[in-house]
Write a protein that binds this ligand. Structure first.
Ligand SMILES: Cc1cc2nc3c(=O)[nH]c(=O)nc-3n(C[C@H](O)[C@H](O)[C@H](O)COP(=O)(O)O)c2cc1C
Length: 358
């Protein structure tokens, strides 16, 4: 892996390891994949105006998110079924997150349990939550996360229904026979009778399409953990989140997997920032493939970024070491970009280095 120098190379290597079904699930997006591609290309449309002669010899990448110290302004996005990428699945990802002192957000559809993660690492993941029609199971999941030391609940709000993903329709996923959706099962969901080929569709059918802001208040009433809303694109929703005293939001279009032709993640961040000077903490997620992308997100006001698919590529190529290698590349690229723009610490980064030609 020391011969791999950027994330694109990880992507190429990982793709060789995936079946068409896994490839469709991991890499695909909704509709014509315009949002999926725009998430990536819109970063490159923003040009940099670096500052010079700033003495950048001593630098620090450390920051905080919701008062938790992290060594690098990056979180690992929640992604379902990580054992499809590597037998160790979420445990390998959690170990790599721990080694870098960053936060991993564990999907509701994790294939390893919180308990397993807890006994193999000392880090405290955040739980990504879907609200299910069955509120008892949803509540049990939150309590399970709390009892295992999770430090935040990331409620995904852009998935009242599952997006139309053409590649997945052509190549439907059949989960391996030893697959378990462990936390959900511990929370009381009985999946034993569901044939594996029907499981992904069954899980999607349990999502509650009726969720609304009243459910945010319900969630608040059952947990004292900070609540982070993931999947905000429209600034109007950001403002309602602020009225509901939400601790942080993730500006995200689910990596282009839900509704095609939405604004790209970085454009949505720019719009959100121009519509308000609120100091709610914002995490940006979608399309980050380079350290320069992280710098641009922070310059537009994000407190940190979250990355998805590159983690799966690292996991597929080398398990825990593969995820570590992906994080090392992004960290070194971000450090270099920060220094070459004249900054020595994360909180100095601001919009003066950005130039928009459109
Ligand atoms: C294979 C896969 C599974 C995902 N599963 C979940 C999930 O269970 N919950 C969720 O909130 N987001 C899920 N996401 C979305 C990611 O959390 C994140 O928003 C997205 O991947 C970010 O875009 P990026 O892949 O371009 O970094 C998933 C994404 C992928 C690629």
């Amino acid at each position: 892996m020391d011969k791999i120098f950027d994330i694109k190379e990880f992507e190429k290597l990982a793709q060789k390891k995936f079946s068409e079904e896994i490839m469709a699930f991991f890499s695909g997006g909704a509709g014509d994949e315009i949002t999926l591609n725009g998430n990536i290309s819109d970063f490159d449309r923003i040009k940099l105006l670096p500052r010079v002669l700033k003495n950048v010899e001593d630098r620090s990448l450390s920051t905080t998110i919701l008062n938790q110290q992290i060594d690098f302004p990056l979180l690992i996005a929640p992604m379902a079924f990580q054992r499809l990428a590597h037998p160790e699945g979420e445990i390998a990802t959690a170990k790599a997150a721990e080694a870098n002192n960053i936060i991993m957000v564990t999907s509701t559809l994790s294939t390893c349990s919180f308990e397993e993660i807890k006994v193999t690492t000392t880090s405290s993941p955040w739980l990504q939550l879907y609200i299910y029609k069955d509120r008892e199971i949803t509540k049990n999941l939150v309590q399970l996360a709390e009892s295992c030391g999770c430090q935040g609940i990331v409620l995904t709000v852009d998935t009242p229904l599952y997006g139309k993903r053409i590649k997945e329709l052509h190549h439907p996923m059949v989960l391996p026979s030893d697959f378990e959706i462990k936390n959900l099962e511990i929370a009381g969901l009985n999946l034993k009778e569901i044939p594996l080929r029907k499981l992904p569709g069954h899980l999607a059918s349990l999502l509650d399409p009726a969720i609304g802001w009243k459910d945010i208040d319900w969630l608040r009433s059952i947990t004292s953990l900070p609540i982070i809303l993931k999947g905000i694109i429209n600034p109007k929703d950001m403002h309602i989140a602020i009225e509901h005293h939400i601790e942080a939001i993730v500006i995200s279009n689910h990596g282009g997997r839900q509704l095609d032709t939405t604004l790209s993640a970085i454009e949505a961040l720019r719009l959100a920032r121009s519509s308000s000077d609120t100091n709610i903490e914002i995490i940006l997620d979608g399309g980050i493939r380079k350290g320069i992308d992280i710098l641009k997100a922070l310059a537009l006001g994000a407190k940190a970024v979250m990355i998805g698919r590159p983690i799966l590529w690292g996991l597929a190529v080398g398990g825990e070491e593969g995820v570590k290698a992906v994080l090392t590349i992004l960290k070194a690229e971000f450090d270099l970009a920060m220094a070459l723009c004249g900054y020595t610490s994360v909180n100095q980064i601001n919009e003066e280095i950005l130039f928009f030609s459109h």
